[in-house]
Design a protein around this ligand. Structure first.
Ligand code: PMP
Length: 407
């Protein structure tokens, strides 16, 4: 698609035609999960009606077809993020599992007593707790880059924090609660000066920003299929070959072995060393359909469209009396988080829902952020490529009605 045709895009998503409580659905909870285009829905049906079979095992035709389709999907992910090697693409359940895998396996290899792990003040719980768990086990220290009241990381504090004890830096590319796009190139370059690897949580970046792992020179990158118009239960861990080769396996079982005796097991090569058991075959194959969809429209077109929409929504919300936007970093993506004086976010969310407007309320799995701002949570409208200005006009009209009732 050369230019972004919003009407065509909206028509690709059948769920947008449904009503909720008698009102047309306005879906603004895309940070939690995105809706699926017809091509993705069709790919699920095609998988189960034409090729369902286990992979890498059977000699029979269907097993070969599903194995080929799965490996074609791996190659499609490789191209999408521009990884050097296809075996650097590991299929996991999602971002959460990807981070847990690195925390456990890289942790076991490299993070020992008194070592340090650097994260930031704006991490999702899934990029806090796995590191905390490992640090507690071995007596290592979790260090946190502070951020200011706009939601911008203090890069001087970060650079001062890096030292010879630092074993990894794990940072979100885009904050799910604030929308901040972090200066990841600068973060990676500073860490690499001390040979410290960097993991990027790209759960909220991969669907909005074109990501090139080689250009970034990032060591690990994780993201979830369901936030990029694909299925739930499938995600990607990208890791540099040299690091993945060094790391011990994550789980034991079928697929991840070369030879097993009761005395000793030898492990399979990448990527299979990290993929024990029957994978989410359907999810993997269908993820390719989601990538094809995004690639056809083009991430640069998507970013431009969503940036305009974010500006429009920011303007509208800023004009609402008593409303404060939480997350005002100059570099932002697709998230409008806000609170309103004297009104609980949950009450706003419930009333908007009755009008067919889906937003998220609460701490967005980022409790430390809410603690820093001393608020119980926010209302979050998070945008996707199928949202339009009308959705945001409806959000404002709905908010107006809700606040009329609540104040
Ligand atoms: N990191 C960020 C920044 C997220 O927004 C999310 C999902 N809200 C996650 C990690 C976890 O993703 P998943 O639940 O798909 O594993």
């Amino acid at each position: 698609m050369n230019s972004f045709d919003i009407n065509r895009v909206r028509n690709d998503f059948p769920i947008l035609a449904r009503e909720v409580y008698g009102n047309p659905l306005v879906y603004l909870d895309n940070g939690a999960t995105t809706q699926k285009p017809q091509s993705v829905i069709d790919a699920i049906i095609h998988y189960y009606s034409e090729i369902n079979s286990n992979v890498h095992r059977g000699v029979h035709h269907l097993s070969q077809v599903s194995t080929d389709a799965m490996e074609a999907a791996r190659e499609s992910v490789r191209q999408f993020i521009n990884a050097k090697h296809v075996h650097e693409v590991i299929f996991v359940k999602g971002t959460t599992e990807g981070i847990n895998l690195v925390a456990q396996c890289f942790g076991k290899l490299k993070i020992k007593k008194d070592d340090e792990v650097i994260i930031s003040a704006m991490e999702h719980h899934s990029n806090i707790v796995p590191w905390q768990m490992h640090c507690e086990q071995v007596g290592a220290k979790l260090r946190v880059i502070p951020m200011d009241e706009r939601g911008v990381l203090d890069m001087d504090a970060y650079k001062n924090m890096l030292n010879e004890k630092t074993k990894i830096v794990a940072i979100t590319y885009v904050s799910n609660a604030l929308g901040t796009i972090n200066p990841v190139e600068e973060i990676i370059a500073a860490a690499h000066q001390l040979d410290v690897p960097v993991l990027l949580d790209a759960a909220q970046a991969i669907q909005h920003i074109s990501v090139d792992v080689q250009a970034l020179n990032v060591d690990f990158l994780v993201f979830s299929g369901h936030k990029m118009y694909g299925p739930t239960g499938i995600g990607i861990l990208y890791g540099k070959e040299s690091l993945l080769n060094e790391m011990p396996p994550y789980q034991g079982g079928g697929e991840m072995i070369k030879e097993v005796t009761f005395e000793k097991t030898t492990y399979n090569d990448l990527p299979f060393k990290f993929e024990a058991g029957t994978p989410h075959i359907e999810g993997i194959i269908v993820l390719k359909a989601a990538i094809d969809y995004l690639t056809e429209i083009g991430l640069d077109n998507i970013k431009k469209y969503e940036d305009d929409l974010l500006d429009y929504g920011t303007g509208l919300l800023s004009a609402v009396n008593g409303l404060k936007i939480i997350g005002t970093a100059p570099e932002k993506s697709s998230v409008l988080s806000f609170i309103v004086d004297g009104v609980h976010p949950y009450d706003i969310g419930v009333l908007l829902d009755r009008m067919g407007i889906a937003v998220r309320t609460g701490h967005h799995c980022a409790e430390p952020i809410m603690n820093q701002f001393e608020i119980p949570g926010t209302v979050r409208a998070s945008l996707a490529l199928y949202n339009n200005k009308e959705d945001l006009d409806k959000l404002i009209a709905g908010l107006d009605r809700a606040l009329g009732m609540l104040r």
